[in-house]
Design a protein. Structure first.
Length: 302
């Protein structure tokens, strides 16, 4: 494990002598990891491999969907269904992998124009869905090249009751990773083109207010601001140049975990929620943490 430490708080998060574990490899561009604590299973995507996979210690690697429409980010809703952002179709979809595997289309257009390419997605405990919509999935190498219909790259709220879309922000250059504070009153969103993280208060009506730049990533290698999660102590883990950048709740830079491949996303898993699963280009990796991750799995026990 190769690290760069800027603050003593970093040592409280990791045993730095551990070896980065490669769980699975041979993919094209891994993304969208989400952990299901009921099944002790991780689901993740291979964007360029056009597939969705699951992995567990018990069953190993399985392919859940062969044609995923170049799926990127995933999240669980309150019923344990998987919400997915699709690059090739510019859609947000929902799949009940635990039962019949049926796919439902939730969002495709805003104001009569096709979405750019939904990228990352989260779901609040009340069922409200937030997603970012940059245009990366319309470019060579990350999706299907085609003209952009919207004249902005935005952040949206999706109402699960009537599937209406509300544009929350349109001033990002390339919105990408996002995560909620543990109490769900603030929303963190990063911008890949600017390599910074912004934070917003969530208004009572669901709008975003009081937005400001919260942190800026150091440029120390390949990659951009990408997938982002929060742990149970409210430290922010953001995939970015060179690996995983970690900032505490006061936006103080704790350190960087340098990864051997471009790092796109991460999530916590295992029974104690102290294993950090990392999607990085061709591989799925795992590290142990001393502080548990904040679980985003809100489904009721079956």
């Amino acid at each position: 494990m190769k690290v760069e430490v800027f603050h003593p708080g970093f040592h409280e998060l990791f045993d730095e002598t551990q070896i980065l574990e490669q769980i699975a490899g041979g993919f094209d561009f891994t993304e969208g990891p989400i952990w299901n604590p009921q099944q002790n299973t991780i689901i993740f995507t291979d964007i360029l491999g056009n597939s969705i996979f699951s992995w567990s210690q018990k069953d190993g690697l399985k392919k859940l969907r062969r044609n995923s429409h170049m799926a990127n980010g995933n999240a669980y809703d309150g019923q344990g269904r998987v919400l997915t952002c699709e690059h090739a179709t510019s859609r947000v979809t929902r799949t009940d992998f635990q039962n019949n595997g049926e796919l439902e289309i939730l969002a495709t257009h805003y104001s009569g124009k096709q979405l750019n390419s939904p990228n990352d997605i989260i779901c609040k405990r009340d069922g409200t869905i937030y997603f970012t919509d940059p245009a990366a999935g319309r470019t060579e190498g990350f999706g299907v090249p085609r003209p952009q219909e919207l004249d902005f790259q935005g952040v949206f709220r999706l109402n699960p009751s009537d599937l209406s879309l509300l544009l929350l922000a349109d001033d990002f250059s390339k919105p990408n990773g996002l995560c909620l504070s543990a109490d769900e009153v603030r929303l963190f969103i990063n911008d890949s083109a600017r390599d910074h993280i912004r934070v917003f208060d969530i208004g009572r009506d669901g709008s975003l207010v009081n937005g400001q730049v919260w942190g800026e990533l150091r440029r120390v290698g390949i990659g951009v601001a990408d997938g982002m999660k929060i742990d149970s102590s409210e430290n922010i883990y953001c995939c970015g140049p060179g690996g995983i950048h970690i900032l505490n709740a006061q936006a103080e830079y704790l350190g960087i975990i340098h990864m051997p491949e471009q790092t796109a996303n991460l999530c916590w898993g295992d029974e104690d929620m102290c294993s950090l699963y990392i999607t990085a280009t061709t591989s799925l990796y795992r590290l142990r943490t001393k502080v548990a991750g904040h679980s985003t799995f809100n489904a009721q026990q079956a």
